[in-house]
Design a protein around this ligand. Structure first.
Ligand code: HEC
Ligand code: HEC
Ligand code: HEC
Ligand code: HEC
Ligand code: HEC
Length: 398
């Protein structure tokens, strides 16, 4: 008994305080506006990113998904918000909601509760901000894969920043070099960009599992390659800002049309009286990847002279079914249709019919953030979710 007890103590001391809520911030380190005087460029870049929109107030798709999960799983809206905050808002002060809260919530006695206060805190409005990534002390990669987001994190004291430099010196805050930012930042990305599960324990997104090592970091493509610049505009070296190797903080991704330009390579040829369309992915993760209801679209126009004589359309996406076998959103999936994504560093070929009389075939590849099914289930209104973004085009003369 005693040995077991000592062993538990030892193990828990090894693993530190992973999964504990982040310490409450103070005025000096409240949000990104406090970093702006000395890191203006970084704050500007980050504020255009979807990390900055990962609070439900700032993202229609997220907000409506949360509501939908609450309605269908009979949890309170706030219980769902806390659950999703594990990755979307890891600075939240509570990480779990008990059955007692659910009862209070049904009886409308939850006002002023710890959970409600945590969710109303204006510390959360910025979603994944500077104080999420740079206040992390340790990423507990040794923990079970099912523990994601805040459950894998241990935090610095407020006012201590983890960064990529071994010799940083700031008059405003303490600094610590950390391997998960300086040496191998993908370790930080995988805290959240892995193992996203539905309420039925179906994993619908796992960038870590599909990742195929190429020597490139996530940060090389989604921030920028390292380049010369200033980490801080404060004059700290001979009355000038210090020159450093830095990265941009745009976290550009699926919402930025220009990121799609050439993201996949399109090729088409005729073989055995069929049109074969090949999509090649040179990136180290599947595309589409990330969030589950994304869609690749292949549009084919069969032309004769200047006339279009036929059109065909292929949708590469996933469909989800709930416990009752009805169409649903990824977060409630009990089952999902075949994976239609293009594998990391790989390719897939799709076969389409040829059309009699066609002298030219124009193939267009594009992308949408949300497929029609999920778009309709959630009643999304903003145009961005259904806009087509061009990836590549191919003309084939017959
Ligand atoms: C999603 C995580 C994430 C967020 C959010 C984030 N950073 Fe970073 N930051 C990084 C990573 C990763 C690096 C290191 C890149 C490298 O050197 O490989 C970095 C580097 C830095 C550096 C060193 C200079 C540079 O650009 O490489 C500073 C300073 C910095 N961040 C400040 C900020 C500030 C201020 C904010 C908020 C506006 C912020 N960061 C938001 C992940 C993040
Ligand atoms: C008064 C100016 C000032 C303010 C305000 C400030 N910083 Fe810094 N910060 C600096 C300086 C100076 C450095 C060192 C730059 C260098 O060595 O090139 C630095 C370095 C950093 C680094 C890199 C640390 C390392 O060890 O690699 C991070 C990350 C960082 N700051 C984040 C933040 C965040 C987040 C905020 C807002 C909460 C913030 N800073 C507010 C001046 C400031
Ligand atoms: C604390 C959890 C967390 C960490 C750490 C994190 N991310 Fe994210 N990231 C998210 C969430 C949640 C979103 C979706 C936000 C939204 O759209 O509401 C996101 C969105 C993105 C997007 C935008 C994707 C799109 O669809 O447009 C990119 C790119 C991205 N992250 C890259 C990174 C990289 C690179 C790192 C590591 C340096 C990283 N993230 C670290 C949680 C995280
Ligand atoms: C060689 C460049 C490259 C590397 C390295 C890379 N990506 Fe990507 N990533 C892309 C491209 C290109 C896309 C498709 C265009 C887009 O969504 O931005 C993409 C898409 C994404 C998306 C949005 C996917 C979607 O369908 O919603 C996320 C999230 C993302 N990447 C995160 C990561 C993370 C995390 C890593 C590291 C584990 C990483 N990427 C490494 C190039 C890269
Ligand atoms: C394991 C961490 C994790 C958890 C927990 C999580 N998410 Fe996410 N979520 C992500 C990441 C990472 C992305 C970005 C993926 C991408 O854009 O490709 C994301 C993206 C999304 C998006 C797409 C947003 C956009 O702008 O396109 C929606 C919607 C979403 N999540 C809903 C939810 C809901 C609802 C919950 C809670 C029931 C939840 N998420 C819980 C990690 C998580």
């Amino acid at each position: 008994m005693r040995i077991v007890f000592v062993a538990i103590l030892f193990i828990s001391s090894l693993f530190g305080a992973a999964g504990e809520a982040a310490p409450e911030l103070n005025k000096k380190f409240h949000d990104s506006s406090r970093c702006k005087p000395c890191h203006a460029q970084i704050v500007k870049e980050w504020s255009g990113s979807y990390h900055a929109k990962s609070h439900f107030k700032n993202n229609e798709y997220l907000r409506k998904s949360m509501k939908y999960v609450g309605r269908k799983s009979r949890k309170s809206d706030n219980a769902v918000k806390v659950e999703c905050a594990t990755c979307h808002n890891p600075r939240i002060a509570v990480t779990e909601v008990g059955a007692d809260y659910e009862i209070m919530s049904v009886m409308k006695l939850d006002k002023g509760s710890k959970v409600n206060k945590a969710l109303e805190s204006d510390e959360l409005n910025e979603g994944i901000n500077c104080l999420v990534c740079h206040n992390v002390k340790k990423v507990h990669s040794e923990l079970d894969e099912s523990k994601r987001g805040v459950r894998r994190l241990e935090w610095n004291k407020v006012g201590e920043m983890s960064g990529p430099y071994k010799n940083a010196n700031s008059p405003y805050h303490k600094t610590h070099y950390r391997d998960f930012i300086g040496k191998d930042p993908k370790e930080l990305c995988f805290v959240c960009h892995a193992n996203d599960r539905s309420t039925e324990n179906v994993i619908f997104t796992d960038m870590k599992k599909e990742y195929s090592e190429t020597g490139k970091q996530c940060a090389d493509c989604h921030m920028s390659p390292k380049k010369e610049g200033f980490a801080s505009n404060l004059p700290i070296e001979n009355s000038k800002p210090k020159k450093r190797m830095i990265r941009e903080h745009g976290f550009v991704g699926a919402h930025q049309a220009w990121m799609w330009d050439g993201a996949l390579h399109l090729n088409a040829k005729v073989k055995d009286k069929k049109l074969l369309v090949t999509l090649k992915n040179d990136n180290p993760h599947n595309i589409p990847s990330g969030f589950g209801a994304r869609e690749l679209i292949i549009d084919v126009e069969y032309q004769s002279g200047s006339k279009i004589i036929e059109r065909k359309h292929l949708s590469l996406t996933r469909h989800y079914k709930d416990k009752r076998g009805k169409p649903t959103i990824p977060h409630l999936a009990k089952e999902m249709s075949k994976d239609m994504s293009i594998p990391a560093n790989g390719s897939r070929t799709f076969s389409l019919p040829l059309v009699k009389g066609a002298g030219m075939i124009v193939v267009t590849l594009s992308y949408r953030l949300v497929n029609d099914e999920v778009h309709k289930l959630l009643g999304l209104k903003e145009p961005q979710w259904s806009e087509k973004k061009l990836i590549d085009r191919f003309n084939l003369r017959l």
